[in-house]
Design a protein around this ligand. Structure first.
Ligand SMILES: [Zn+2]
Length: 385
């Protein structure tokens, strides 16, 4: 049983914090959220929603029931039990579904304000959502819920600060207020952030319910996903997010109509993206080189190559190192050939390279090297086993 009790809300002039005791099968731990905005507009029910959504992945991981010492949002409960649970059951491959219980049942909520928000990570999906929804947006968000590394380890904090400084400048340029939430929610699950990112981030979004009534969650995939992949964690975290809506907060998955190349095209014309695009998964190297992006990791390479093929790469010379990119370019195209069967995004980009640029002999030579390295790894694994 996961039992959430002693829920305390503290408000100072312009910041807020929440703490709660989480009892996981007899082990007690404190869960906290800190916000750069006052929680005076956030209702008791919004807070219960936050706690429930954030701890749902844990209840599936541990296969145990969940009890929240607070009030229930009836719409959210119904969506979770009727729509989300059957999909989660398949993804987590469990036979028995957890039970949700609350202290009180409440079905009527006060109306929230008419604000509209989306997350700003400065990645391609985040900027593409802003490009599409700019006229509607009233706020941007930056959640520290595990995407920068787990816990309060110093390296995770450094990465978080590096990304935050860039995001804050971008939000200022976009002239939208940036609301932040910091939480230790990810410490409660042993799963990878990629497997429950929607739960962790949308949990934080519910704390904004007094300020906004719509939250666009940038989907990383387009809507033909299930025709090419099995029902998995990626599907759960990208296409089921609207079932995490309450009476006061509507959650909408954005961009599901567009593929990666179209999204990059949208971003390529955004002035703020030219100065602040951050797609890197090796932020440590980027920080050492004094750049926003390392320019070498697979996400940096994928984005740079797409921008180059779209004839927009030069606009991004502030955020990427073109020398690093050019030195890695052929090897990366060989990698696309090697992985195009398993990765739809790589297949899509490889088709674009073929169509616009052609493939040089050098790439096939490098492909042979990659195949040989892969084979050597396989043989080594077999020998060790
Ligand atoms: Zn990188």
């Amino acid at each position: 049983m996961i039992k959430v009790s002693d829920i305390c809300v503290h408000n100072q002039d312009s910041t807020g914090s929440i703490s709660a005791t989480v009892d996981v099968n007899g082990k007690l731990k404190t869960l906290y959220f800190e916000t750069n905005f006052s929680l005076k507009m956030t209702s008791e029910i919004d807070i219960s929603n936050t706690l429930l959504i954030g701890l749902l992945p844990l209840s599936f991981e541990k296969q145990c029931d969940i009890y929240i010492e607070g009030s229930i949002d009836e719409k959210l409960r119904k969506e979770i039990v009727n729509e989300l649970f059957p999909v989660m059951q398949q993804v987590y491959k469990i036979s028995q579904l957890p039970q949700i219980s609350f202290l009180k049942n409440e079905s009527v909520n006060s109306v929230s304000s008419a604000g509209v928000a989306t997350g700003l990570s400065c990645g391609v999906d985040s900027f593409a959502t802003i490009n599409q929804m700019r006229s509607e947006l009233t706020h941007l968000t930056f959640f520290d819920a595990g995407s920068h590394g787990k816990g309060s380890y110093s390296q995770a904090a450094l990465i978080r600060n590096h990304r935050y400084n860039n995001v804050k400048k971008a939000a200022d340029e976009l002239q939208l207020p940036l609301l932040t939430v910091n939480t230790n929610l990810s410490d409660f699950t042993s799963a990878k952030f990629q497997d429950n990112h929607a739960f962790l981030q949308i949990s934080c979004a519910h704390l904004l319910s007094g300020l906004i009534n719509t939250y666009y969650y940038s989907s990383g995939q387009n809507d033909d996903y299930l025709s090419k992949h099995p029902l998995d964690f990626i599907y759960l975290n990208n296409f089921m997010v609207h079932h995490l809506s309450s009476y006061r907060l509507k959650v909408i998955a954005s961009l599901t109509k567009w593929g990666r190349i179209e999204r990059t095209k949208m971003v390529s014309v955004m002035k703020t993206a030219h100065m602040h695009l951050d797609v890197c998964v090796d932020t440590e190297t980027a920080m050492q080189n004094g750049l926003i992006n390392c320019s070498k990791c697979h996400k940096c390479m994928r984005t740079q190559l797409t921008l180059q093929l779209l004839n927009e790469y030069e606009e991004f010379d502030h955020v990427f190192d073109s020398k690093v990119f050019e030195s890695e370019r052929d090897k990366f195209i060989a990698y696309l050939i090697l992985t195009k069967r398993e990765d739809v995004l790589n297949a899509e980009l490889f088709d674009l390279v073929k169509e616009l640029d052609g493939i040089e002999f050098k790439v096939y030579y490098l492909l042979m090297h990659l195949k040989w390295a892969k084979l050597k790894k396989k043989i080594k694994r077999m020998l060790v086993a």
